[in-house]
Design a protein around this ligand. Structure first.
Ligand code: 3HC
Length: 311
């Protein structure tokens, strides 16, 4: 028979209430949240690299300032999410070790390179746009610290999405060369952005349980469809062509049909064989090593503070 704690946990989930760190929870619930939230945090931190690549090369001081603010936001999202994961009993160092050792997953999208400035527009419009579709429902996640972290993150993501859209709009209103650069970038980022939502529902081992526990509110395919429905009219305003000849309005479904995605590419990227997996991890490891003195100094300072307090 279920224990009183199990019944209480079930009640919290049933009534759309929040499970808090001090509440009893099934070990599998704790584990899948540590899995998802730590991967989400890793994604934010690794996600700083593709865009950071253009901070020193932005075309104007204004674009540089906006891009710097955005990359700093991603760092903050990462710290928020690491802290949310720590409330489940995993240490920050353990999560860092998982990332640095190459065993942790992070979003496939950040293993793609950013060869042109237009990629800053595509990342904002497509990657942050997809992240918003995926993260707004997470504001209602049954685990309190994760859902609450999402509220602030989603507000900042909408600024990220808008500034990306505006970069592409500026380029599409520019010279033919700028238009070609914007279109070429959208051609590279469209399909990988759709893969951010995860594999098709039939190949998603975590979805069923995540949805039963109200961690995941909509399936991977549902959110992917919502994103495409949002993208098509925006692409028309931009004047860019989405690189998918199968996109067409389906009156019956009330949604846009779109083409099949290359899931072999997705699993190749997950296996570490994407365009930039190696360099992303190498950069992260170097940053960790270069930052060791800061961690040592902070620990020494904290120890001296403690010693001063106890005398
Ligand atoms: N990249 C890498 N791995 C992915 C992936 C992707 N795009 N999509 C799925 N996977 C992995 C899953 O982690 C899972 O592996 P695991 O069991 O070892 O963790 C496996 O593929 C099967 O996928 P499932 O659909 O069963 O997994 P989930 O139920 O966890 O769904 C998810 C995947 C929709 C990404 C979900 O984990 C999620 O919503 N995560 C939180 C949000 C997130 O991480 N968004 C992407 C980051 S982009 C971002 O935040 C930066 C933005 O600010 C620009």
């Amino acid at each position: 028979a279920p224990t009183p704690e199990q019944l209480e946990f079930e009640r919290l989930i049933e009534t759309d209430s929040r499970v808090e760190p001090t509440d009893w929870m099934p070990e599998a619930y704790r584990k899948t949240l540590i899995r998802q939230i730590s991967q989400h945090a890793h994604s934010e931190i690794i996600g700083m690299q593709p865009e950071g690549n253009w901070i020193t090369r932005a075309p104007s001081l204004k674009r540089k300032a906006i891009l710097m603010a955005k990359v700093q936001d991603e760092a903050g999202h990462g710290l928020y999410l690491y802290s949310a994961a720590q409330t489940l009993g995993i240490s920050r160092d353990a999560m860092y070790d998982q990332l640095l050792s190459g065993t942790a997953k992070y979003s496939s999208i950040f293993n793609y390179t950013t060869p042109t400035w237009a990629d800053m527009g595509s990342i904002g419009w497509l990657v942050d746009g997809a992240a918003i579709c995926n993260q707004v429902p997470l504001c209602r996640c049954s685990y309190g610290p994760y859902g609450r972290a999402m509220v602030r993150i989603c507000k900042e993501e909408s600024f990220h999405q808008r500034q990306g859209f505006e970069i592409l709009l500026t380029l599409m209103r520019g010279t033919p060369e700028q238009q070609r650069m914007a279109q070429e970038s959208v051609n590279r980022w469209y399909a990988p952005a759709l893969m951010m939502f995860g594999p098709p529902d039939g190949e998603s081992p975590n979805s069923q349980r995540s949805m039963a526990w109200k961690i995941k509110r909509f399936s991977n395919d549902e959110l992917r469809q919502r994103f495409v429905d949002m993208l098509v009219p925006q692409a028309e305003v931009l004047g860019v062509t989405l690189p998918d000849p199968d996109i067409r309005w389906n009156e019956e479904r009330g949604h846009y049909d779109f083409g099949v995605l290359d899931w072999d590419e997705f699993y190749e990227v997950l296996a570490g064989r994407g365009q930039a997996n190696t360099v992303r991890l190498a950069n992260r490891r170097a940053a960790h090593d270069d930052g060791a003195w800061v961690r040592e100094a902070a620990r020494a300072y904290a120890a001296r503070e403690d010693a001063d307090r106890s005398t």
